[in-house]
Design a protein. Structure first.
Length: 75
């Protein structure tokens, strides 16, 4: 999906962050291609980029929405 579609999908997830199996999770837009995704997630965890910088990491302008445990991002 393109960025606008992913952003719309993310907006439908309420609440975000959310509780799943007793843990807090947060939904994020990430690049669809794994080789683009890994450096984005690493930089996001290290607070080098913001959520909106995902566009710069995608080599094909396709995205997906995934849930991540908040403790993985040290929130």
């Amino acid at each position: 999906m393109n960025y606008e579609e992913a952003k719309f999908l993310l907006s439908t997830i309420t609440p975000n962050p959310y509780i799943y199996n007793g843990d807090k999770w947060v939904a994020k837009i990430i690049p669809e291609i794994v080789n683009d995704r890994i450096p984005f997630i690493d930089d996001l965890k290290n607070k080098k980029v913001t959520d909106e910088d995902v566009i710069k990491y995608s080599s094909n302008n396709q995205f997906t929405v995934n849930g991540f445990m908040m403790k993985a991002f040290n929130f």
